[in-house]
Design a protein around this ligand. Structure first.
Ligand code: TPP
Ligand code: MG
Length: 423
Protein backbone atom coordinates (compact mmCIF):
# COMPACT_ATOMS: atom_id res chain seq x y z
CA UNK A 1 0.00 0.00 0.00
CA UNK A 2 1.16 3.56 -0.43
CA UNK A 3 2.90 4.10 -3.75
CA UNK A 4 -0.26 5.25 -5.51
CA UNK A 5 -0.99 7.87 -2.86
CA UNK A 6 -0.48 11.52 -3.85
CA UNK A 7 2.10 13.65 -2.08
CA UNK A 8 0.82 15.15 1.16
CA UNK A 9 2.83 18.32 0.71
CA UNK A 10 0.77 21.52 0.74
CA UNK A 11 0.64 22.92 -2.78
CA UNK A 12 -0.19 26.49 -1.81
CA UNK A 13 -3.86 26.50 -2.82
CA UNK A 14 -5.10 30.05 -2.41
CA UNK A 15 -7.88 29.63 0.09
CA UNK A 16 -9.33 33.11 -0.29
CA UNK A 17 -9.40 32.91 -4.08
CA UNK A 18 -11.16 29.58 -3.85
CA UNK A 19 -13.73 31.00 -1.48
CA UNK A 20 -14.41 33.86 -3.84
CA UNK A 21 -14.72 31.44 -6.73
CA UNK A 22 -17.25 29.42 -4.77
CA UNK A 23 -19.26 32.48 -3.80
CA UNK A 24 -19.43 33.40 -7.50
CA UNK A 25 -20.37 29.86 -8.37
CA UNK A 26 -23.43 30.11 -6.13
CA UNK A 27 -24.62 32.80 -8.52
CA UNK A 28 -24.00 30.65 -11.55
CA UNK A 29 -20.39 31.09 -12.65
CA UNK A 30 -18.69 27.70 -12.91
CA UNK A 31 -15.45 27.57 -10.92
CA UNK A 32 -12.16 26.71 -12.61
CA UNK A 33 -10.98 23.12 -12.78
CA UNK A 34 -14.40 21.53 -12.90
CA UNK A 35 -14.77 18.58 -15.26
CA UNK A 36 -17.38 19.45 -17.84
CA UNK A 37 -18.00 17.74 -21.17
CA UNK A 38 -21.51 18.79 -22.16
CA UNK A 39 -22.05 22.51 -21.58
CA UNK A 40 -25.39 24.29 -21.07
CA UNK A 41 -25.29 25.15 -24.80
CA UNK A 42 -25.50 21.44 -25.64
CA UNK A 43 -21.99 21.38 -27.13
CA UNK A 44 -19.53 18.65 -26.27
CA UNK A 45 -16.10 19.79 -25.01
CA UNK A 46 -12.84 17.94 -24.47
CA UNK A 47 -11.12 16.57 -21.39
CA UNK A 48 -7.78 14.73 -21.59
CA UNK A 49 -8.91 11.92 -19.26
CA UNK A 50 -12.67 11.77 -19.42
CA UNK A 51 -13.40 12.26 -23.12
CA UNK A 52 -12.19 8.69 -23.63
CA UNK A 53 -14.84 7.45 -21.20
CA UNK A 54 -17.57 9.58 -22.75
CA UNK A 55 -16.68 8.27 -26.20
CA UNK A 56 -17.84 4.81 -25.10
CA UNK A 57 -21.41 6.04 -24.67
CA UNK A 58 -23.37 4.84 -27.73
CA UNK A 59 -26.33 6.85 -29.09
CA UNK A 60 -28.62 4.28 -27.49
CA UNK A 61 -27.01 4.76 -24.06
CA UNK A 62 -27.20 8.56 -24.43
CA UNK A 63 -30.92 8.31 -25.28
CA UNK A 64 -31.32 6.04 -22.25
CA UNK A 65 -29.68 8.62 -19.98
CA UNK A 66 -32.10 11.24 -21.26
CA UNK A 67 -35.11 8.92 -20.83
CA UNK A 68 -34.05 8.10 -17.24
CA UNK A 69 -33.64 11.77 -16.33
CA UNK A 70 -37.04 12.62 -17.82
CA UNK A 71 -38.70 9.67 -16.04
CA UNK A 72 -37.34 10.58 -12.63
CA UNK A 73 -38.28 14.25 -13.08
CA UNK A 74 -41.84 13.20 -13.96
CA UNK A 75 -41.87 10.89 -10.92
CA UNK A 76 -40.70 13.78 -8.74
CA UNK A 77 -43.60 15.98 -9.90
CA UNK A 78 -46.03 13.14 -9.22
CA UNK A 79 -44.68 12.37 -5.74
CA UNK A 80 -44.84 16.08 -4.85
CA UNK A 81 -48.48 16.15 -5.99
CA UNK A 82 -49.26 13.00 -3.99
CA UNK A 83 -47.85 14.67 -0.87
CA UNK A 84 -49.95 17.78 -1.52
CA UNK A 85 -53.02 15.55 -1.85
CA UNK A 86 -52.38 14.01 1.57
CA UNK A 87 -51.28 10.65 0.17
CA UNK A 88 -47.68 10.97 1.42
CA UNK A 89 -46.52 12.42 4.73
CA UNK A 90 -43.50 14.10 3.15
CA UNK A 91 -41.64 14.27 -0.13
CA UNK A 92 -37.98 15.10 -0.81
CA UNK A 93 -37.69 16.49 -4.34
CA UNK A 94 -34.69 15.88 -6.58
CA UNK A 95 -35.41 18.21 -9.49
CA UNK A 96 -32.18 19.76 -10.78
CA UNK A 97 -30.04 16.80 -9.64
CA UNK A 98 -31.11 14.31 -12.33
CA UNK A 99 -27.76 14.26 -14.14
CA UNK A 100 -25.75 13.78 -10.94
CA UNK A 101 -27.92 10.82 -9.95
CA UNK A 102 -28.62 9.13 -13.28
CA UNK A 103 -25.05 9.63 -14.53
CA UNK A 104 -23.48 8.12 -11.42
CA UNK A 105 -26.06 5.37 -10.96
CA UNK A 106 -25.76 4.24 -14.59
CA UNK A 107 -21.97 4.11 -14.22
CA UNK A 108 -22.31 1.53 -11.42
CA UNK A 109 -22.29 -2.22 -12.05
CA UNK A 110 -24.79 -4.71 -10.57
CA UNK A 111 -22.15 -6.08 -8.15
CA UNK A 112 -21.44 -2.59 -6.71
CA UNK A 113 -23.26 -1.58 -3.54
CA UNK A 114 -24.89 1.83 -3.11
CA UNK A 115 -25.53 3.74 0.12
CA UNK A 116 -27.93 6.62 -0.62
CA UNK A 117 -29.15 9.56 1.50
CA UNK A 118 -32.89 10.29 1.32
CA UNK A 119 -32.93 12.15 -2.04
CA UNK A 120 -31.40 9.57 -4.40
CA UNK A 121 -34.59 8.60 -6.27
CA UNK A 122 -32.73 8.86 -9.58
CA UNK A 123 -30.07 6.42 -8.41
CA UNK A 124 -32.86 4.13 -7.15
CA UNK A 125 -34.29 4.09 -10.69
CA UNK A 126 -30.94 3.06 -12.17
CA UNK A 127 -30.76 0.18 -9.63
CA UNK A 128 -34.24 -1.05 -10.60
CA UNK A 129 -35.88 -0.22 -7.28
CA UNK A 130 -39.66 -0.19 -7.75
CA UNK A 131 -40.42 3.53 -7.42
CA UNK A 132 -43.92 2.84 -6.08
CA UNK A 133 -42.33 0.68 -3.40
CA UNK A 134 -40.00 3.56 -2.54
CA UNK A 135 -43.01 5.72 -1.67
CA UNK A 136 -44.12 3.36 1.11
CA UNK A 137 -41.62 4.95 3.46
CA UNK A 138 -42.87 8.45 2.66
CA UNK A 139 -46.42 7.22 3.31
CA UNK A 140 -45.37 5.93 6.72
CA UNK A 141 -46.44 2.34 6.05
CA UNK A 142 -42.97 0.85 6.00
CA UNK A 143 -39.78 1.28 7.99
CA UNK A 144 -37.67 0.75 4.89
CA UNK A 145 -39.49 0.43 1.61
CA UNK A 146 -37.56 -2.19 -0.34
CA UNK A 147 -35.20 -5.10 0.18
CA UNK A 148 -31.66 -3.78 -0.43
CA UNK A 149 -30.36 -7.27 -1.17
CA UNK A 150 -32.46 -7.37 -4.37
CA UNK A 151 -30.75 -4.38 -5.97
CA UNK A 152 -27.63 -3.60 -3.89
CA UNK A 153 -29.27 -0.25 -3.20
CA UNK A 154 -29.32 0.29 0.55
CA UNK A 155 -32.23 1.75 2.51
CA UNK A 156 -32.50 5.53 2.69
CA UNK A 157 -30.65 7.03 5.67
CA UNK A 158 -32.11 10.15 7.23
CA UNK A 159 -29.41 10.57 9.88
CA UNK A 160 -27.02 12.80 7.93
CA UNK A 161 -23.74 11.11 6.92
CA UNK A 162 -24.28 7.95 9.01
CA UNK A 163 -24.32 5.95 5.76
CA UNK A 164 -20.78 7.06 4.85
CA UNK A 165 -19.49 5.02 7.80
CA UNK A 166 -21.67 2.07 6.83
CA UNK A 167 -20.37 2.37 3.27
CA UNK A 168 -16.72 2.27 4.31
CA UNK A 169 -17.36 -0.68 6.61
CA UNK A 170 -19.09 -2.46 3.74
CA UNK A 171 -16.22 -1.65 1.37
CA UNK A 172 -13.73 -3.05 3.89
CA UNK A 173 -15.89 -6.19 4.02
CA UNK A 174 -15.72 -6.48 0.22
CA UNK A 175 -11.94 -6.17 0.43
CA UNK A 176 -11.76 -9.06 2.90
CA UNK A 177 -14.23 -11.22 0.95
CA UNK A 178 -12.15 -10.72 -2.18
CA UNK A 179 -8.95 -11.67 -0.39
CA UNK A 180 -10.60 -14.83 0.90
CA UNK A 181 -12.05 -15.68 -2.52
CA UNK A 182 -8.59 -15.22 -4.08
CA UNK A 183 -6.98 -17.46 -1.44
CA UNK A 184 -9.65 -20.15 -1.89
CA UNK A 185 -9.30 -20.00 -5.66
CA UNK A 186 -5.51 -20.31 -5.44
CA UNK A 187 -5.82 -23.27 -3.04
CA UNK A 188 -8.26 -25.11 -5.30
CA UNK A 189 -6.55 -24.09 -8.55
CA UNK A 190 -9.76 -22.50 -9.94
CA UNK A 191 -10.23 -18.91 -11.12
CA UNK A 192 -12.12 -16.31 -9.05
CA UNK A 193 -15.60 -16.06 -10.51
CA UNK A 194 -16.98 -13.08 -8.59
CA UNK A 195 -16.36 -9.72 -10.34
CA UNK A 196 -14.57 -7.03 -8.33
CA UNK A 197 -17.00 -4.68 -6.61
CA UNK A 198 -16.95 -1.18 -5.17
CA UNK A 199 -19.23 0.93 -3.00
CA UNK A 200 -20.70 4.38 -3.60
CA UNK A 201 -21.53 6.54 -0.58
CA UNK A 202 -23.82 9.47 -1.42
CA UNK A 203 -24.00 12.51 0.84
CA UNK A 204 -24.76 16.22 0.63
CA UNK A 205 -22.74 19.42 0.99
CA UNK A 206 -24.30 19.96 4.42
CA UNK A 207 -23.56 16.42 5.53
CA UNK A 208 -19.91 16.99 4.59
CA UNK A 209 -19.60 18.95 7.85
CA UNK A 210 -20.51 15.90 9.93
CA UNK A 211 -17.74 14.14 11.84
CA UNK A 212 -18.94 10.86 10.34
CA UNK A 213 -17.66 11.93 6.90
CA UNK A 214 -14.24 12.75 8.34
CA UNK A 215 -14.04 9.42 10.16
CA UNK A 216 -15.17 7.46 7.14
CA UNK A 217 -12.60 9.18 4.91
CA UNK A 218 -9.80 8.48 7.38
CA UNK A 219 -10.75 4.79 7.54
CA UNK A 220 -11.25 4.54 3.77
CA UNK A 221 -7.83 6.02 3.16
CA UNK A 222 -6.01 4.05 5.85
CA UNK A 223 -7.43 0.76 4.61
CA UNK A 224 -7.43 1.72 0.93
CA UNK A 225 -11.11 0.71 0.82
CA UNK A 226 -12.92 0.38 -2.54
CA UNK A 227 -15.34 3.25 -1.96
CA UNK A 228 -16.38 6.26 -4.02
CA UNK A 229 -17.61 9.19 -1.93
CA UNK A 230 -20.19 10.96 -4.08
CA UNK A 231 -21.03 14.39 -2.68
CA UNK A 232 -23.91 16.16 -4.37
CA UNK A 233 -23.14 19.79 -3.72
CA UNK A 234 -26.60 21.14 -4.44
CA UNK A 235 -25.60 24.43 -2.82
CA UNK A 236 -28.00 24.26 0.12
CA UNK A 237 -28.40 22.34 3.35
CA UNK A 238 -32.02 23.33 3.93
CA UNK A 239 -31.47 27.12 4.41
CA UNK A 240 -27.69 27.08 4.89
CA UNK A 241 -25.58 27.78 1.77
CA UNK A 242 -22.51 25.67 0.96
CA UNK A 243 -20.24 28.69 1.50
CA UNK A 244 -20.91 28.27 5.24
CA UNK A 245 -19.90 24.59 5.21
CA UNK A 246 -16.51 25.05 3.52
CA UNK A 247 -13.90 27.61 2.49
CA UNK A 248 -12.50 25.46 -0.29
CA UNK A 249 -14.15 23.38 -2.99
CA UNK A 250 -15.35 20.22 -1.23
CA UNK A 251 -13.41 18.09 -3.71
CA UNK A 252 -10.17 19.64 -2.35
CA UNK A 253 -10.74 17.91 0.97
CA UNK A 254 -9.76 14.54 -0.51
CA UNK A 255 -6.18 15.76 -0.70
CA UNK A 256 -6.03 15.97 3.09
CA UNK A 257 -6.93 12.30 3.33
CA UNK A 258 -4.57 11.23 0.57
CA UNK A 259 -6.90 10.22 -2.25
CA UNK A 260 -8.10 11.88 -5.47
CA UNK A 261 -10.89 14.47 -5.36
CA UNK A 262 -12.67 15.57 -8.55
CA UNK A 263 -15.21 18.32 -9.01
CA UNK A 264 -17.53 17.52 -11.87
CA UNK A 265 -20.35 19.53 -13.42
CA UNK A 266 -23.25 17.74 -11.74
CA UNK A 267 -25.68 18.97 -14.40
CA UNK A 268 -23.68 17.29 -17.16
CA UNK A 269 -24.79 13.67 -17.27
CA UNK A 270 -22.00 12.67 -19.68
CA UNK A 271 -19.23 14.05 -17.45
CA UNK A 272 -20.80 12.58 -14.29
CA UNK A 273 -21.01 9.16 -15.95
CA UNK A 274 -17.39 9.36 -17.15
CA UNK A 275 -15.96 10.53 -13.83
CA UNK A 276 -17.93 7.95 -11.82
CA UNK A 277 -16.93 5.13 -14.15
CA UNK A 278 -13.29 6.15 -13.75
CA UNK A 279 -13.62 6.37 -9.94
CA UNK A 280 -15.34 2.98 -9.63
CA UNK A 281 -12.65 1.36 -11.78
CA UNK A 282 -10.01 2.99 -9.60
CA UNK A 283 -11.68 1.59 -6.47
CA UNK A 284 -12.32 -1.89 -7.91
CA UNK A 285 -8.68 -2.14 -9.04
CA UNK A 286 -7.54 -1.76 -5.42
CA UNK A 287 -6.25 1.80 -5.89
CA UNK A 288 -8.39 3.12 -3.02
CA UNK A 289 -11.11 5.70 -2.49
CA UNK A 290 -12.08 8.69 -4.64
CA UNK A 291 -14.14 11.76 -3.72
CA UNK A 292 -16.43 13.13 -6.43
CA UNK A 293 -18.07 16.48 -5.84
CA UNK A 294 -21.00 16.86 -8.23
CA UNK A 295 -21.56 20.59 -8.59
CA UNK A 296 -25.32 20.93 -8.97
CA UNK A 297 -28.37 22.70 -7.61
CA UNK A 298 -31.51 21.79 -5.73
CA UNK A 299 -34.06 23.61 -7.90
CA UNK A 300 -37.05 22.85 -5.66
CA UNK A 301 -37.64 22.99 -1.93
CA UNK A 302 -35.59 20.95 0.55
CA UNK A 303 -38.74 18.94 1.24
CA UNK A 304 -42.46 19.58 0.86
CA UNK A 305 -42.25 21.09 4.38
CA UNK A 306 -39.82 23.80 3.23
CA UNK A 307 -40.25 27.18 1.49
CA UNK A 308 -37.01 28.26 -0.22
CA UNK A 309 -38.36 31.74 -1.06
CA UNK A 310 -37.67 32.55 2.61
CA UNK A 311 -33.90 32.22 2.28
CA UNK A 312 -32.75 32.51 -1.36
CA UNK A 313 -33.15 34.75 -4.35
CA UNK A 314 -35.20 33.87 -7.43
CA UNK A 315 -32.29 35.14 -9.58
CA UNK A 316 -30.09 32.36 -8.23
CA UNK A 317 -32.69 29.72 -9.09
CA UNK A 318 -33.09 31.20 -12.57
CA UNK A 319 -29.32 31.13 -13.15
CA UNK A 320 -29.30 27.42 -12.36
CA UNK A 321 -32.43 26.64 -14.39
CA UNK A 322 -30.45 27.93 -17.38
CA UNK A 323 -28.03 25.05 -16.77
CA UNK A 324 -30.76 22.43 -16.75
CA UNK A 325 -29.37 18.90 -17.19
CA UNK A 326 -32.19 17.65 -19.42
CA UNK A 327 -32.31 20.67 -21.72
CA UNK A 328 -28.61 20.46 -22.55
CA UNK A 329 -28.72 16.75 -23.43
CA UNK A 330 -31.85 17.30 -25.51
CA UNK A 331 -30.03 20.06 -27.44
CA UNK A 332 -27.11 17.74 -28.06
CA UNK A 333 -29.23 14.75 -29.15
CA UNK A 334 -31.23 16.91 -31.57
CA UNK A 335 -28.21 18.75 -32.98
CA UNK A 336 -26.34 15.49 -33.61
CA UNK A 337 -29.41 13.81 -35.08
CA UNK A 338 -29.32 11.12 -32.38
CA UNK A 339 -32.98 11.45 -31.37
CA UNK A 340 -36.08 12.56 -33.24
CA UNK A 341 -39.48 13.97 -32.33
CA UNK A 342 -40.96 10.48 -31.94
CA UNK A 343 -38.32 9.67 -29.30
CA UNK A 344 -39.14 12.74 -27.19
CA UNK A 345 -42.89 12.08 -27.55
CA UNK A 346 -42.40 8.51 -26.34
CA UNK A 347 -40.32 9.67 -23.36
CA UNK A 348 -43.17 11.98 -22.36
CA UNK A 349 -45.71 9.21 -22.78
CA UNK A 350 -43.63 6.76 -20.75
CA UNK A 351 -43.33 9.39 -18.00
CA UNK A 352 -47.11 9.78 -17.84
CA UNK A 353 -47.51 6.01 -17.61
CA UNK A 354 -44.97 5.85 -14.79
CA UNK A 355 -46.82 8.65 -12.97
CA UNK A 356 -50.16 6.86 -13.40
CA UNK A 357 -48.67 3.62 -12.05
CA UNK A 358 -47.18 5.36 -9.02
CA UNK A 359 -50.44 7.25 -8.36
CA UNK A 360 -52.55 4.10 -8.57
CA UNK A 361 -50.21 2.09 -6.36
CA UNK A 362 -49.99 4.83 -3.73
CA UNK A 363 -53.78 5.21 -3.56
CA UNK A 364 -54.01 1.47 -2.95
CA UNK A 365 -51.61 1.55 0.01
CA UNK A 366 -53.07 1.15 3.47
CA UNK A 367 -53.52 4.16 5.75
CA UNK A 368 -50.65 4.22 8.24
CA UNK A 369 -51.51 3.36 11.83
CA UNK A 370 -49.69 5.79 14.09
CA UNK A 371 -49.64 3.16 16.89
CA UNK A 372 -47.02 1.21 14.93
CA UNK A 373 -44.59 4.12 15.18
CA UNK A 374 -45.05 4.23 18.96
CA UNK A 375 -44.80 0.45 19.23
CA UNK A 376 -41.50 0.38 17.32
CA UNK A 377 -39.77 3.16 19.25
CA UNK A 378 -38.28 0.86 21.89
CA UNK A 379 -38.05 -2.93 22.03
CA UNK A 380 -39.95 -2.93 25.34
CA UNK A 381 -42.80 -0.86 26.78
CA UNK A 382 -41.71 2.59 27.97
CA UNK A 383 -43.78 4.89 30.20
CA UNK A 384 -42.89 8.05 28.22
CA UNK A 385 -43.97 6.45 24.94
CA UNK A 386 -47.23 5.26 26.59
CA UNK A 387 -47.84 8.80 27.85
CA UNK A 388 -47.23 10.33 24.42
CA UNK A 389 -49.50 7.80 22.74
CA UNK A 390 -52.28 8.57 25.24
CA UNK A 391 -51.87 12.30 24.48
CA UNK A 392 -51.96 11.63 20.75
CA UNK A 393 -55.11 9.51 20.99
CA UNK A 394 -56.87 12.21 22.98
CA UNK A 395 -55.75 14.82 20.44
CA UNK A 396 -56.97 12.69 17.52
CA UNK A 397 -60.32 12.14 19.24
CA UNK A 398 -60.83 15.91 18.99
CA UNK A 399 -61.30 15.48 15.22
CA UNK A 400 -64.10 12.89 15.64
CA UNK A 401 -67.16 13.68 13.55
CA UNK A 402 -65.19 15.36 10.76
CA UNK A 403 -65.12 13.94 7.23
CA UNK A 404 -63.80 10.38 7.18
CA UNK A 405 -60.22 10.13 5.92
CA UNK A 406 -61.27 8.11 2.85
CA UNK A 407 -63.58 10.88 1.70
CA UNK A 408 -60.79 13.45 2.13
CA UNK A 409 -58.45 11.19 0.17
CA UNK A 410 -60.99 10.79 -2.63
CA UNK A 411 -61.55 14.55 -2.92
CA UNK A 412 -57.83 15.26 -2.81
CA UNK A 413 -57.10 12.66 -5.45
CA UNK A 414 -59.54 14.22 -7.90
CA UNK A 415 -58.40 17.79 -7.21
CA UNK A 416 -56.54 19.70 -9.91
CA UNK A 417 -52.78 19.53 -9.50
CA UNK A 418 -50.85 22.69 -10.28
CA UNK A 419 -48.29 22.13 -13.03
CA UNK A 420 -45.85 23.98 -10.78
CA UNK A 421 -46.23 21.34 -8.08
CA UNK A 422 -42.74 20.02 -8.75
CA UNK A 423 -41.05 23.27 -7.79
C1 TPP B 1 -27.40 14.11 12.07
C2 TPP B 1 -28.46 14.98 11.51
N1 TPP B 1 -28.48 16.30 11.79
C3 TPP B 1 -29.45 17.11 11.30
C4 TPP B 1 -30.44 16.60 10.52
C5 TPP B 1 -31.52 17.50 9.96
N2 TPP B 1 -31.35 17.70 8.53
C6 TPP B 1 -32.01 16.94 7.62
S1 TPP B 1 -31.60 17.31 6.05
C7 TPP B 1 -30.51 18.51 6.53
C8 TPP B 1 -29.72 19.27 5.50
C9 TPP B 1 -28.80 18.37 4.73
O1 TPP B 1 -28.19 19.06 3.68
P1 TPP B 1 -27.24 18.34 2.64
O2 TPP B 1 -26.34 17.40 3.34
O3 TPP B 1 -26.63 19.40 1.82
O4 TPP B 1 -28.23 17.43 1.75
P2 TPP B 1 -29.46 17.91 0.85
O5 TPP B 1 -30.67 17.86 1.74
O6 TPP B 1 -29.16 19.26 0.33
O7 TPP B 1 -29.56 16.89 -0.24
C10 TPP B 1 -30.49 18.61 7.92
C11 TPP B 1 -29.67 19.58 8.68
C12 TPP B 1 -30.42 15.19 10.24
N3 TPP B 1 -31.32 14.61 9.46
N4 TPP B 1 -29.42 14.41 10.74
MG1 MG C 1 -27.24 20.10 0.01
Amino acid sequence: MGTHLPSTEFDGTAVDDQREADAEAVMGEPPAQMVQLLGPDGKLGFDPVFTGYAAKLTPQVLRGLYADMAAIRRFDVEATALQRQGQLALWVPLTGQEAAQIGSGRASQPQDYIFPTYREHGVALTRNVDLAELLRQFRGVSNGGWNPKDTNFHLYTLVLAAQTLHAVGYAMGIQRDQKLAAANAAASGTPVTEPDAAVIAYFGDGASSEGDVHESMVFASSYNAPVVFFCQNNHWAISVPTAVQTRVPLSNRAKGYGFPGIRVDGNDVIAVHAVTEWALEHARQGKGPVLIEAFTYRVGAHTTADDPTKYREAAEEDAWRAKDPLARLEKYLRAEGLADEAFFAKVKDDGDHLAAYVRRTTHDLETPDIRTAFANTYAEAHPLVAEELAWFEEYSAGFAGEEPAEEQDRQAATAQVSPKAGH
